[in-house]
Design a protein around this ligand. Structure first.
Ligand code: WT7
Length: 664
């Protein structure tokens, strides 16, 4: 094409907008890991089809049975098999690629570490030896409260090597949230760090462990990594703690034989917000989980060992567990890991990193895409990188944001997959296999091989497939990546995920369906569009928060008589929490009270959960039985119609609230 034939920006824009589907680029299809549509039939041959996922791993003992479904919903995968996750992610690559880089780490200030598979092997072994010396034994739960530094994946793999399930708590969680998770997981170990960098400042992260140790019921042994070789000058580390540096020095060149774990032994816990009460410890098994994330990393993310892969998520959430640590390392690829924020010290930080390491596969969230879009394409232009494959995860992506991502980050030559899944599902469940299905902006795509999504109405009656009608998203058949249970609470596992749409008295797995908690629509083309949570869970910048958790944090403030939290749509973060507060008699509605409420949320959960608005009202909308109708508050927050208010005890309350906050 000659210069003057080049379409201008507006023409490209118009053309992009007219299109519903985008073909994966031919060059992509030519090299993809899956190009044969028969994979859907092969893996869909239930349950034996999933054996090909397990065959991607090294097993110490082959399984006897693919699935034991005799006691639903307590399914067992690859029964009788034995394996070790750390062996699969590290040791097994040494023969072929010990000098290949496993982790390319970049600190916020530009420090770089290049960790080869051989280095990783050494560091995981020494760390496992250190943990063992500190008293960690097989089946002990180790709470890990680390930011994005190499010590985090190394500690996880060291735990896996010992057969000690890790429970990683996102570094942004507060001391209270950490203490709560230590107690909930019956954990006797916290692994933390003196501090790390955020926007140029050194954060004294250790303080959270100090406080958590003060408030937890348990008295965990606290092991401390150092962000630098020496403890940072400004940070005091208690003498009660053990420095990892000391333990590592004593265990130099020590090796630890990977423990053979039963396929069903837990690999880790990951706490996530639910609709009621405290966070739930999603318990993931070793064999099924590792098989599932390895296979989806290969087939959906199209990872090959030669690639440089960058998932710009935090390992403290499930995305990082499955698609920074376990899946990619199990495939023996090179992963980029970045400590800092995307705009420090400048708004091209991401593209500078992509260019520096020549990243092939890039993984991010719609929230991040909207942010890049707001900053403008000028921050991307001029950087020389060429992604072959891009992913989004965490929330629905608006077609506009998708198109911007496709055009300005993908240069219209990368394939994009929008992956729908959850902490509970372990790995992707709805997403296209990138060489097989056309991309459709705004739609998560088709079901993954072997996965059976369906829709039911509120009564549990099946909605006809591909009807374009919205319903409750369920998954009909079990899959290897699914959670085993809620740690220590089988009843809650059944209540939260199964009982609404299953026949709980049946011992036949066909009568059981997993409830995702999301609303969805399946179009005539078979593509799924996920609409968002139907329960009291909100999604703030890709972080999952329970309304109840926020409300109980607000209720800690003495001035508060009653409070309700509603999700308000936000152009940037997807959703943000609005707090509606009725103060106690005699308390003045003031900025000081709002500030106390914001601080309480930061203390109980973390800064990332900070309310967007605190609004004082005289009353909350309640049903006759006293239940707060958050839906109405959400409509008020979003400036929508109020909806049906006839079931309210006092139907005039919503109007009054609206007048109070909007002042009209
Ligand atoms: C909830 C799960 C999965 C890892 C990150 C979040 C929403 C997730 C998508 C998507 C639309 C999505 C759902 C889901 N969600 N991915 N591609 N399209 N919505 O994990 O914290 O467990 O949250 O995130 O509402 O239920 P999570």
């Amino acid at each position: 094409m000659s210069e003057q034939d080049q379409p201008d920006d507006a023409t490209i824009e118009a053309r992009l907008h007219e299109q519903d589907y985008f073909r994966p680029p031919t060059e992509f299809v030519g090299q993809a890991n899956v190009t044969d549509p028969s994979i859907h039939d092969e893996v869909g041959d239930f349950p034996e089809g999933f054996e090909q996922y397990a065959e991607l791993l090294d097993w110490d003992e082959h399984w006897d049975e693919v699935l034991d479904a005799s006691d639903p919903p307590f399914y067992e995968w690859f029964v009788g098999g034995e394996l070790n996750a750390s062996h699969n992610c590290v040791d097994r690559h040494l023969d072929e690629r010990k000098n290949q880089t496993a982790l390319l780490w970049e600190g916020e200030g530009g420090e770089q570490r290049n960790i080869s598979y051989q280095d990783l092997y050494r560091r995981v072994n020494e760390t496992a030896a250190a943990l063992r010396q500190a008293g960690v034994e097989e089946d002990d739960v180790v709470t890990v409260h680390l930011p994005m530094v190499p010590a985090l994946p190394i500690t996880m793999l060291a735990c896996a090597r010992l057969g000690a399930p890790h429970s990683v708590v996102f570094a942004g969680f507060s001391a209270e949230a950490l203490a709560e998770r230590v107690d909930a997981a019956d954990s006797d170990f916290i692994v933390t760090i003196d501090g790390y960098y955020r926007r140029g400042d050194f954060l004294p992260h250790i303080e959270k462990a100090d406080e958590a140790n003060g408030s937890a019921d348990r008295d965990p042994e606290t092991l401390v990594w150092t962000r630098h070789d020496d403890v940072h000058d400004d940070v005091g580390v208690s003498d009660d703690y053990t420095m990892m540096a000391d333990l590592l020095a004593e265990n130099r060149r020590e090796t630890v034989e990977p423990v053979s774990r039963d396929a069903e032994d837990p690999l880790f816990l990951m706490y996530t917000s639910g609709t009621t009460g405290k966070p739930k410890g999603c318990q993931h098994r070793t064999g099924g989980y590792l098989s599932y994330v390895t296979a989806t990393s290969k087939y959906v993310l199209d990872i090959e060992p030669e690639d440089t892969y960058w998932c710009a998520a935090d390992i403290g959430w499930i995305t990082g567990h499955s698609y920074i640590v376990y899946g990619p390392l199990s495939l023996g690829t090179t992963s980029v890991m970045y400590e800092g924020t995307p705009d420090h010290p400048h708004k091209s930080r991401m593209w500078e990193i992509a260019e520096r390491y020549d990243v092939d596969i890039f993984h991010t969230s719609p929230t991040a895409v909207r942010m890049f879009m707001k900053w403008g394409k000028e921050h991307v232009e001029g950087y020389d990188f060429d992604f072959r494959h891009m992913t989004t995860v965490g929330e629905p992506i608006q077609p506009e944001a998708w198109l911007w991502y496709y055009k300005h980050i993908g240069d219209e030559s990368a394939v994009i997959v929008d992956t729908w899944w959850q902490t509970e599902t372990g790995g992707h469940l709805i997403t296209n296999l990138p060489a097989l299905e056309d991309m459709k902006p705004g739609s998560a795509g088709k079901a993954c091989p072997g996965i059976s999504p369906a829709l039911v109405d509120d009564e549990g009656d099946e909605i006809e497939p591909a009807s374009g009608k919205a319903g409750n998203l369920i998954i009909e058949r079990p899959w290897p990546g699914m959670l085993q249970t809620v740690y220590g609470n089988d009843e809650r596992f059944i209540e939260e995920y199964w009982e609404d749409f299953s026949d709980v008295d049946s011992g036949d797995w066909h009568d059981w369906s997993y409830k995702a908690g999301d609303g969805a629509v399946q179009g005539q083309d078979g593509y799924w569009r996920v609409l968002g949570r139907l329960d009291d869970v909100m999604n703030v910048a890709g972080h999952r928060l329970g309304t109840m958790e926020l409300e109980s944090a607000v209720a800690e403030v003495e001035d508060v008589a009653e409070a309700a939290v509603a999700a308000r749509e936000d152009a940037q973060k997807g959703e943000v929490p609005d707090v509606y507060v009725v103060v106690r008699d005699g308390v003045e509605e003031s900025d000081a009270v709002s500030q106390r409420i914001v601080t309480a949320v930061e203390d109980e959960i973390g800064k990332f959960a900070r309310p967007a608005n605190v609004m004082f009202v005289d009353d909350l909308p309640k049903t006759r039985s006293g239940k707060i109708m958050r839906r109405i508050l959400e409509n008020i927050s979003n400036g929508d119609e109020l909806g049906d208010t006839t079931t309210l005890r006092d139907p005039s309350v919503p109007e009054k609230i609206r007048d109070q906050i909007h002042g009209d």
